[in-house]
Design a protein around this ligand. Structure first.
Ligand SMILES: [Zn+2]
Ligand SMILES: [Zn+2]
Length: 221
């Protein structure tokens, strides 16, 4: 209701084709080039973004599904979302992610990667939360913001290992760990670069007893 009133006074324009209506029209959504399905860690081809057997031995992530690469329209959409505060971008971003969840069944919990608090203060909202909530509404899976993030998390370490260690200590489970035990969790974020942030979040959840942790992201940089 409220959103439709806002849309009436300030209609959005499609980032891809300038047509008024949605921030990303269905035509331009279908035109987004699908990301090649790969192991996020070594980039070997892999079905449904599964982590390959060799990388699984060192990674807590079962898979990382990626909608598209971070370029062109997808980059414009994410930038608009992050820097212009366009909350309306959450809906089309979630819509594209939902197409990758169509084969999933059973009990799944969608958990957003929390944004570092300084950035959230600056922006006034947490983009992964908005996307995960929207994705839950569209897919019917549960939404639960189970992870918190401690303090400042600038990635200052020089090696991947150092950065990962810093990150692992920056996430924690909010509330009782019982909410995590035995769960099948899908982490939700907008953009992945190295995957170190997703790994750290997954390691925290696995340590708290999660049965399986996957991730879904809109774009891969
Ligand atoms: Zn369009
Ligand atoms: Zn691999």
């Amino acid at each position: 209701m409220f959103e439709s009133i806002v849309a009436w006074y300030a209609p959005h324009v499609c980032i891809g084709c300038n047509r008024p209506g949605d921030l990303l029209c269905l035509g331009c959504q279908e035109g987004l080039p699908a990301a090649t399905s790969r192991c996020y860690r070594c980039r070997a081809l892999a079905e449904s973004g599964r982590t390959c057997a060799a990388c699984r031995r060192q990674s807590p992530l079962y898979s990382v599904r990626v909608v598209t690469d971070y370029e062109g329209v997808s980059k414009d959409l994410v930038r608009k979302f992050k820097f212009d505060g366009a909350r309306a971008a959450a809906r089309p971003i979630a819509r594209t992610m939902n197409t990758l969840l169509s084969d999933d069944q059973g009990l799944l919990v969608l958990v957003p990667i929390p944004t570092a608090s300084s950035r959230r203060r600056h922006r006034g909202f947490d983009q992964a939360r908005l996307i995960a909530r929207e994705l839950a509404a569209q897919s019917g899976f549960d939404y639960s913001p189970l992870l918190g993030r401690l303090g400042q998390t600038r990635q200052v370490g020089s090696t991947r290992h150092q950065r990962l260690l810093q990150l692992t200590h920056s996430f924690y489970v909010r509330g009782s760990a019982k909410r995590v035990t035995g769960q099948h969790i899908i982490l939700v974020d907008d953009v992945m670069t190295t995957g170190a942030t997703l790994e750290a979040a997954a390691a925290t959840l696995k340590a708290a007893g999660a049965r399986r942790v996957e991730a879904i992201v809109f774009a891969r940089a």
